[in-house]
Design a protein around this ligand. Structure first.
Ligand code: MG
Length: 242
């Protein structure tokens, strides 16, 4: 490479600097021209608390937001599944749902029999809750699966007894007036902050004994949490309508 004299170097630097100044003076900021309303200001809440615009379905006090909640045991801010599933009194469409849960610390049963519960979006579409820590079952039935439709992307389960979180973003399906499906449901979910379902297209209602199918329903339906014979614990359940 030829060596630049110090004079040549100064000249080169000066030219580069003036080119920079020139390009800065001709650059123009891009503006989309779209007129947006200002996003609503909300309080995201402290860790472990619901955001200000969420509907708290269980904040540790009572189960009054749920049909069937009286059967569950509430103590020390925790609700333990018992005696049957629970159904929210309020119906929901598309939503963001936060649920914290823990499989029983005393391990009993295997496969689907260990720490089984489930979040039934609109009472129809199940994101499985199961103690899948060192407990194999069919993959599209393990923890974080959309039951019998897809396994989770990873097994992000904590040990039995440890608190875990689900953050679920659900897009409700749409049906036309004749009852035909015009837009399927989609679900995205994080377990313990880890992506386990990425905008998965739900194939229909979850069933143990039938393939998933859609049947036309109201735009909003209650949320259900399954009782499957295991004392799965819950706390801090909140939902934001989208
Ligand atoms: Mg289940």
């Amino acid at each position: 490479m030829p060596q630049l004299s110090s004079r040549g170097l100064k000249y080169t630097v000066a030219v580069a600097a003036s080119l920079l100044v020139l390009s800065a003076s001709v650059a123009k900021e891009y503006l989309s021209g779209k007129v947006w309303p200002e996003p609503k200001i909300i309080d995201p809440g402290q860790p472990g608390k619901a955001p200000s615009d969420a509907i708290v379905l269980f904040g540790g006090g009572d189960m009054s937001a749920w049909e069937g909640g009286e059967k569950w045991e509430v103590a020390d801010g925790v609700a333990t599944a018992k005696g049957g599933g629970i159904t929210s009194k309020q119906p929901f469409g598309s939503c963001q749902l936060h649920v914290e849960w823990a499989a029983p610390s005393v391990v009993s049963g295997t496969g689907q029999g260990r720490g089984n519960s489930g979040v039934y979006l609109q009472g129809l579409y199940e994101v499985q809750i199961l103690d899948s820590y060192d407990n194999k079952t069919y993959f599209d039935g393990q923890c974080g699966a959309v039951y019998k439709q897809t396994p989770p992307l990873v097994n992000a389960c904590r040990k039995p007894g440890e608190w875990q979180s689900y953050d679920i973003i659900f897009e409700a399906p749409k049906f036309d007036d004749s009852g035909k499906l015009v837009k399927p449901a989609f679900v995205t979910a994080l377990q313990n902050g880890v992506l386990i379902l990425n905008h998965f297209q739900i194939e229909g209602a979850s069933a143990w004994d039938a393939p998933p199918t859609y049947s036309a329903h109201a735009p909003k339906l209650p949320l259900q949490i399954q009782y499957h014979g295991n004392p799965v614990r819950f706390r801090n359940i909140w939902i934001r309508e989208l």
